[in-house]
Design a binder for this molecule. Structure first.
Ligand code: FMN
Ligand code: SF4
Length: 342
């Protein structure tokens, strides 16, 4: 969105600033997005030159200054309080809440944190009215459109802006071109890495916040990943777990240590050295992370393991049975190299 039309976001930010009486706004962009940062920097220059931002905007007496800040590249800096810490020049570690940013945010001042998609909707809502926006999508709570980033084993991966409330089947078949081969759909990640997996039984679930939550997952970032028959769900869950282990900021013990133990146990199973009791260990580790962490990262990190255990436990068991049949499960602990954190 910021690549194609950064001014939609800048205009939305100006509206939000005006609404809450803020005079300073920051755009926090992940370090890796160099092109996006260049485009936004140029757009800020254009808006400044036209007098749309800065002091005394268009002679109205309203002052709104906007600054672009490039992060160093960490998933956790998407969490709003870690983002604020990072903006203040500190390491991006989430804050304990309360207090919430609305009262104690950037430099301890009242702060609103919103994402690009939310802010870019504002000019359209102001121009065309709240009723118009509410008439699109899936009322009462999931109105408007959403941009879904569809990837995986489909014909046309890409970003699709659609009304909220269409089904996964419509998104995948009509927009993303359907499956890439004649293999059937096996799994869907409905809302980014931290969302619990869905199966082909969920194809008719509506893409709105309530329906996805009711079906046991979340719409999150709108990152939809599609996997075909033949994909190993244990391997897929391990891959996501490795991501979470790498990205855990380390502030709290259940997440820092738990993600490490989850990866080690999952790696042992995938390497066909697992034992049946590992499945209880995985569940136990997840239960000891859930609800016991400083930020929502902990709950997110366990979603891939718990949901694949729920839907595809037989795949875990098959790998373990192969290990047992080969006499590998009883071998001494397999020491698996762990990625170096940071
Ligand atoms: C671990 C973690 C990572 C997050 N990463 C992002 C992110 O990359 N982008 C984002 O918009 N929100 C992210 N969030 C949610 C933000 O904390 C915040 O709720 C959101 O940006 C608010 O914007 P909205 O009200 O416009 O949805 C993350 C939350 C957590 C717990
Ligand atoms: S849950 Fe994980 S990412 Fe969040 S504060 Fe704790 S260690 Fe950091």
């Amino acid at each position: 969105m910021i690549d194609r039309d950064p001014h939609q976001m800048l205009e939305g930010m100006a509206i939000a600033c005006y609404a809450i009486g803020a005079e300073t706004a920051y755009i926090y962009i992940r370090g890796e997005f160099a092109l996006g940062a260049r485009i936004v920097e140029q757009a800020l220059g254009e808006a400044r030159a036209k007098g749309y931002i800065g002091r005394n905007i268009l002679g109205t007496g309203v002052n709104i200054e906007m600054w672009l800040h490039r992060g160093a590249g960490a998933y956790i800096c998407g969490e709003e309080t870690a983002l604020l810490e990072s903006l203040e020049g500190k390491r991006g570690l989430p804050r304990v809440k309360p207090p919430f940013p609305a009262t104690h945010g950037l430099y301890n001042k009242p702060t609103v944190v919103n994402n690009v998609e939310t802010l870019a909707n504002l000019p359209h809502i102001i121009n065309r009215g709240a009723e118009w926006f509410a008439s699109i999508g899936s009322p009462p709570k999931s109105t408007g459109t959403r941009i879904f980033c569809v990837s995986g084993h489909i014909k046309r991966p890409g970003n699709y802006e659609v009304p909220m409330g269409i089904t996964f089947r419509e998104l995948i078949d009509e927009h993303a071109g359907g499956m890439r081969s004649d293999k059937k759909l096996k799994a869907i990640i409905p809302g980014g890495a931290s969302a619990a997996f869905f199966t082909d039984r969920h194809l008719d679930v509506k893409l709105d916040f309530e329906s996805v939550a009711q079906a046991g997952s979340m719409l999150g970032s709108g990152g939809v990943t599609v996997m075909e028959e033949g994909t190993s769900m244990v391997w897929a869950a391990l891959r996501l777990m490795e991501f979470f282990y790498h990205e855990s900021c380390g502030k709290c013990t259940p997440c820092r240590e738990g993600t490490s133990w989850l990866v080690q146990t999952m790696r042992r199973i995938v390497a066909k050295r697992g034992r049946m009791e590992d499945l209880e260990t995985l569940t136990d580790l997840c239960q000891n992370i859930a609800g016991r962490t400083v930020c929502a990262f902990g709950d997110a990190a366990i979603a891939p393991v718990l949901s694949t255990l729920q839907h595809w436990r037989d795949e875990y068991e098959e790998l373990i049975r192969e290990a047992e049949a080969a006499g590998l499960a009883d071998l001494p602990e397999l020491i698996l190299p762990m990625a170096v954190r940071h």
